[in-house]
Design a protein around this ligand. Structure first.
Ligand code: 13P
Length: 249
């Protein structure tokens, strides 16, 4: 049976104690969840959450990482440091990083390749702004983010990549793309990937939707053929809102 990939991006929220408390609750309540579940706490809470999640099927993720293995890069956190803590996946190219910290497709791609080199699963985020959508540039923007983000990724490594489609205008706004609109963009992403890696690889690719996913829209979104999971922000900050999403079926 198909399993969905439900990830919680805790963004810049929660102290270590708060992160541990939420991780404990999720571990208890999602023990028998049939989906692939991941939580991505802030860097400061990764070690403590890793400890809590030991023996659980919930995966530990990071929200970003530096583009170099090590060296004089003040303030960055490296792939080796993440692995050292038991991190298994890393969110890369989130729109908040692209827009607030000016991360380019080239930088995001460098991180994707580095994560794969060290066996971390990248979650490559793509998505258009409202202005781009209304200007008819959705496919150009998302297509470029997909192609540039995956540049140099081997066919074997593609199997470890998840793409998260997060329309920027739907993040934290309460506006969700309709399931039909989201599915159409997911189908477009799959078509682009098919052009690069072939139909079988594109079919197998996991494409998450992100942007105001809540318990009441999760089933409708994931009921669509091209939506393979969710990348959840606000609703991942409490067990009472995240658990129903991860248990949507
Ligand atoms: P919201 O679920 O708060 O809209 O955030 C989505 C997101 O950015 C997840 O990475």
């Amino acid at each position: 049976m198909r399993s969905y990939f439900i990830a919680g991006n805790w963004k810049m929220h929660k102290t270590v104690a708060e992160s541990v408390a939420l991780a404990k609750e999720l571990k208890d309540k999602l023990g028998s969840c049939k989906e692939k579940v991941l939580v991505a706490p802030a860097f400061t809470a990764l070690a403590a959450v890793a400890e809590v999640l030991k023996g659980s099927s919930i995966m530990l993720g990071a929200q970003n990482m530096g583009p170099e293995e090590q060296g004089a890069h003040t303030g960055e956190v490296s792939v080796l440091m993440l692995k050292d803590l038991g991190v298994k996946a890393v969110i890369l190219g989130h729109s908040e990083r692209r827009h607030s910290y000016l991360e380019s497709d080239e930088l995001v791609n460098k991180k994707v390749l580095l994560a794969l080199k060290h066996g971390l699963e990248p979650i490559l985020c793509v998505g258009e702004t409202l202005e781009e959508r209304e200007g008819g540039k959705l496919e150009a923007v998302v297509g470029t983010q997909v192609k540039k983000g995956l540049a140099g990724v081997s066919a074997a490594d593609l199997a470890k990549v998840t793409i998260a489609y997060e329309p920027v205008w739907a993040i934290g706004t309460g506006k969700t793309a309709t399931p039909e609109d989201a599915d159409a963009v997911h189908a477009f992403i799959r078509k682009e990937v098919a052009g690069l890696y072939g139909d079988a690889a594109a079919k197998a690719l996991c494409i998450q939707y992100g942007g105001s996913v809540k318990a009441d829209n999760a089933a409708l979104l994931m009921g669509k053929p091209n939506i393979d999971g969710a990348l959840v922000g606000g609703a991942s900050l409490k067990a009472e809102t995240f658990v129903p999403i991860a248990s949507f079926r």
